[in-house]
Ligand binder design. Structure first.
Ligand SMILES: [Zn+2]
Length: 89
């Protein structure tokens, strides 16, 4: 982890719905966007959420079940451990 102003991937996932709904504060939004620039896994995650929204026509919190989020975060960890290979998604 770099400096403490940076979001963790866990925080990113927790904030992603608020980001897409436009309810983050400007400061949170800036941290969120800084994380995307540094983190390919979260960039992919965000894109997947956007595709889900496009498919459904709206964002539904139930569609991003906690179990799915946990699995995704586990995949992030595995991916980072084996950095250099393609993302598992
Ligand atoms: Zn991340």
């Amino acid at each position: 982890m770099a400096n403490r102003d940076e979001l963790s991937c866990q925080e990113f996932v927790e904030l992603v719905t608020e980001y897409l709904e436009g309810t983050l504060s400007p400061a949170e939004r800036a941290r969120f966007q800084a994380h995307i620039e540094d983190c390919d896994a979260c960039t992919i995650y965000l894109e997947q959420i956007r595709q889900t929204i496009r498919a459904l026509g709206h964002l539904s919190e139930e569609r991003i079940a906690p179990s799915a989020r946990d699995r995704l975060l586990a995949e992030f960890r595995d991916w980072k451990r084996g950095m250099g290979s393609a993302p598992p998604i």
